[in-house]
Design a protein around this ligand. Structure first.
Ligand code: NDP
Length: 254
């Protein structure tokens, strides 16, 4: 199917992990994909090459998030790259996916840790949307990547969970504000997903524990999340906005 034919998509943190799977899926479905990254240029190039090898269109966009002026820098980099690729610098699908974790209990969180995780996970998406308002086409779709930890108390991810709770509120409020332009805004919330964000997944006992948190008894794969994002960003979900979609494989059902 070509649900995203003729669209331009920007995926923050599109170079690796869940973002990479989202880029590949949207490109497979016809979108021209801007693969954003912050540090690992090779990973972004790899993802772009994979898409092009599959017959899709993609280009890398570099901007470090979590630093002052990050959102404006991202849009400036997007504009430059789009001009170079001869792509209209307007966006149909924006996925706020870039994020970092903070696996510490309250007693161990420093002010610097706290500021950093909020700067990347919460402040950056807020200002990316703010500075993107003029670039988003009417009828566009914004997807914010949340987490199942927003729905439970998980002491060793307290500050990280707070960043995503704030993002969930942004999702609802933007859905309200931007509805008049036909712009939909939704959240997709993964559970334990096999990416590099959580190095402890290399430890067999921890893997097993996280896998067994899902009623299906396995870890999520990036593609499991990407398929949900591709749906909610598509016209098939045209009547869905302000919604929070669990994509955790049934973690914490009971
Ligand atoms: P990864 O660590 O695999 O990938 C993170 C991506 O974000 C990379 O592309 C990375 O690029 C980019 N990124 C990270 N920090 C910055 C920064 N400061 N500036 C710019 N880009 C940055 O993570 P995941 O794929 O696992 O996570 C993606 C999203 O999913 C995150 O929002 C995460 O919170 C969420 N999530 C993940 C879960 C999981 O179990 N994996 C569970 C629930 C939610 P680069 O390295 O080049 O900077």
């Amino acid at each position: 199917s070509q649900r995203h034919e003729g669209k331009t998509a920007l995926i923050t943190g599109g170079s690796r992990g869940i973002g990479r799977a989202i880029c590949r899926r949207l490109a497979d479905e016809g979108a021209v994909v801007a693969v954003h990254y912050g540090h690992d240029h090779d990973a972004a190039e790899r993802t772009v090459k994979e898409i092009v090898a599959d017959g899709g269109r993609a280009f890398p966009v570099h901007a470090e998030l979590g630093v002052p002026g990050d959102a404006e820098a991202l849009w400036a980099a997007f504009d430059r790259a789009a001009a170079q690729e001869d792509v209209d610098a307007r966006v149909d699908v924006l996925v706020n996916n870039a994020g970092i974790t903070l696996p510490r209990r309250v007693a161990d969180v420093t002010e610097a840790d706290y500021d950093r995780v909020f700067a990347v996970n919460t402040k950056a998406p807020f200002f990316i949307v703010k500075h993107g308002l003029g670039r988003l086409r009417d009828g566009a779709s914004i997807v914010n990547i949340s987490s199942v930890v927003t729905r439970i108390a998980y002491p060793h991810l307290v500050a990280y969970a707070m960043t995503k709770v704030a993002l969930d509120h942004l999702t609802r409020t933007l859905a309200h504000e931007l509805g008049g332009r036909g712009i939909r805004v939704n959240a997709v919330a993964p559970g334990y997903t096999e990416t590099e964000i959580n190095p402890t997944l290399a430890i067999p006992e921890i893997r097993q524990r996280y896998a067994s948190a899902s009623v299906f008894g396995r870890l999520g794969q990036p593609a499991d999340i990407a398929d949900v994002v591709a749906f909610v960003a598509s016209d098939e979900a045209r009547w869905v906005t302000g919604h929070w979609i669990d994509a955790s494989g049934g973690v914490h059902l009971g």
